[in-house]
Design a protein around this ligand. Structure first.
Ligand code: AGP
Length: 612
């Protein structure tokens, strides 16, 4: 989605702004622009990549110590130079950048046209800056007040930054439903959609809350007010990210780096939460609200994409360990189908970015119906993290690659811990079983390291299937969500069509697809309905399907039936999804690289879908 960067201070703004846009490229965009103020307010913007913007401005006067910059992912109006941000106000004395959607922009635009305003773009953003100027001029008031009044008329989501030719010492920012972070420097301020463009300058940040406005004046402390003009005391957080965490650290792609980070990130997801000596899982979110979990009659898990797949694993985990019925819902469906929600329901919202619009809306709906909301997010300070009553962070570190990998295994790890924490409160798991699971969970990072050593073997298999146009992924039980996740990984970065299916379902239609051209990936580890999966493999082979199997180390039975097999270490059935997903991540990655695809920024995709 869109990326926002702003700067005010003693330094030249342009180098900071353009580097910040590069840091935000992973969010997905289709145009970029910058506005610099130095007596004149200059806006430069164009369709395409940040590098094209750099080329476009190279002979322009970019001197100035205050500026804003933006990468746009089109929601209203096609990607082109005119629709790119920043947008001028009519008088060209104001410029604004915006992430989000102004849902009532059409009616506001009509009123502004009626009052003599003309529009150049067909964006909702231009309506907002004209509205701000119209209110400022027609009421003869200051810019901050005009912004407050304008935002009270706006319906929708926004993260905005405004720069004024008449006030070169002030930047104004505001947010509702889209993320915005303020970096507090020695004697300068930074603004960005997330911390990545800020971290190299300062670790002190303020996360704006919904309907808050930040007023950043040279030589003054940050001021925060609400759009209702209530003064707020900004809470300064210390960033734990290191800049190196943002670099590729020698890997060809962020995605590969993040796949290899998983032994560490799975450990980090458990850190401080397992107290083996007292057979205890300590999850603050559970302990502080155990009464709710003890009386819960149902758990509803809502998420999107990969996070939804993690939620599906959660369904098997919670029902096995806590015996609480679970439903897993796509956020985009849940938010609109007027679901029946009981006040004793617990809703678990899962989101890596913490900014997925559908999931945020699903949370608000569930909250409005009295449900207790537990969030599982990877980004501290994200909108979803702050919209939930409580929750747990996955601590997987910034996930830059658009295809989610380490976030998935971290989510499944945290779901396992939550299920165990509830089970210990409900007494549905005895100490022996509890200790067994914990011991096995603590061995998982080393088992992931072992699987990563098979990378070249997976790469050789990938080379054989770069031609394929369709894949089928099959799994049963805990491995059914893994089949879905493996298929999603492949299709989103290699653009090869792939479908995940419960293995038994193949007979109900998909088996018609099987022929020698159709590779079939089967997660056939030796737990659960293992024998049934062997029958499914034989059904595929009888139709000349080519089998790539994920098997438990030493399993010669399935190995002999397979054209290719990848052996993963033995583990408990409920922990297999963490291990089995690793070779599937590598398989998708290598096929995409062989196909020459843009692995970290696949076409049409954004890292965080902050619009519907
Ligand atoms: C996963 O690889 C995709 N990038 C996508 O499906 C993603 O999982 C989905 O958009 C949900 O994002 P979230 O976890 O940030 O809410």
């Amino acid at each position: 989605m869109c990326g926002i960067v702003g700067y005010i201070g003693p330094r030249e703004a342009y180098p900071i702004l353009i580097k910040g846009l590069h840091r935000l490229e992973y969010r997905g965009y289709d145009s970029a622009g910058v506005a610099i103020l130095n007596e004149k307010l200059r806006v430069f913007k164009c369709k395409g990549k940040v590098s094209e913007l750099e080329n476009f401005v190279k002979d322009k006067d970019l001197h100035g110590t205050i500026g804003i910059a933006h990468t746009r992912w089109a929601t209203h109006g096609e990607p082109n130079d005119i629709n790119a941000h920043p947008h001028y106000s009519q008088s060209e004395s104001l410029a604004l950048i915006h992430n989000g959607i102004i849902e009532n922009y059409a009616i506001l635009k009509e009123e502004l046209i009626h009052n003599g305003y003309t529009f150049f773009s067909n964006t909702d953003t231009e309506v907002l800056i004209q509205l701000i100027e119209f209110i400022k001029e027609s009421n003869n008031i200051g810019l901050v007040e005009a912004v407050q009044l304008a935002l009270n008329q706006v319906i929708g989501a926004y993260a905005i930054v405004i720069i004024s030719k008449d006030d070169p010492d002030t930047l104004i920012a505001a947010r509702k439903g889209s993320p915005l972070v303020v970096g507090i420097g020695e004697d300068d301020f930074f603004l960005a959609s997330d911390a990545t463009p800020i971290i190299e300058y300062t670790k002190n940040v303020v996360y704006l809350d919904d309907e808050e406005i930040a007023i950043l004046r040279r030589g003054e402390e940050i001021k925060v007010k609400t759009i209702k003009n209530v003064e707020k005391t900004p809470l300064i957080h210390k960033l734990e990210l290191s800049l190196s965490a943002l670099e590729k650290e020698g890997f060809e792609h962020f995605m590969l780096k993040e796949i290899y980070e998983q032994p560490k990130t799975i450990r980090d997801s458990c850190r401080g939460r397992i107290q083996k000596d007292i057979h205890h899982i300590s999850m603050a979110g559970i302990i502080d609200h155990k009464d709710k979990f003890l009386k819960a009659k149902r758990i509803i898990i809502t998420a999107a994409g990969t996070s939804w797949h993690a939620g599906l694993v959660g369904e098997y985990l919670f029902e096995e360990l806590t015996r609480i019925p679970v439903e897993v819902e796509y956020s985009s469906e849940f938010r609109y189908r007027n679901p029946v929600i009981d006040k004793d329901d617990i809703v678990i919202a899962i989101s890596q970015s913490g900014e997925t619009a559908d999931t945020l809306a699903a949370i608000e709906l569930a909250k409005s119906k009295g449900a207790f909301i537990y969030g599982i997010c990877n980004v501290v300070g994200s909108s979803i993290a702050r919209a939930c009553h409580t929750g747990s962070f996955t601590h997987a570190g910034p996930e830059i690659g658009v295809a989610s990998t380490k976030a998935f295994t971290a989510q499944v790890t945290v779901l396992t811990l939550i299920a165990l924490a509830i089970a210990q409160e409900k007494g549905t798991v005895d100490k022996a079983k509890f200790d067994e699971i914990i011991d096995e969970l603590e061995s998982i990072p080393d088992k992931v390291t072992k699987i990563l050593k098979l990378d070249n073997e997976v790469k050789e298999i990938a080379k054989m299937f770069t031609y394929a146009r369709n894949f089928l992924y099959l799994g049963r039980g805990y491995n059914f969500p893994v089949a879905l996740e493996g298929a999603l990984k492949l299709k989103e970065i290699s653009y090869i069509h792939a479908e995940g299916y419960p293995a038994a379902e193949m007979k109900h239609g998909p088996i018609a697809l099987i022929d020698a051209e159709m590779p079939v990936v089967v997660i056939a580890t030796n737990k659960g309905t293992y024998e049934k999966v062997i029958s499914n493999i034989q059904e595929v082979k009888a139709r000349k399907g080519r089998i790539i199997s994920i098997i438990t180390e030493g399993d010669v039975t399935v190995k002999e039936l397979s054209d290719f097999s990848i052996e993963i270490p033995e583990t408990k059935g409920m922990l297999i999804p963490i291990l089995a997903s690793i070779p599937l991540q590598l398989l998708a990655y290598h096929i995409a690289v062989f196909k020459g695809c843009n692995v970290d920024q696949p076409r049409n995709l954004a890292k965080s879908v902050t619009v519907e």
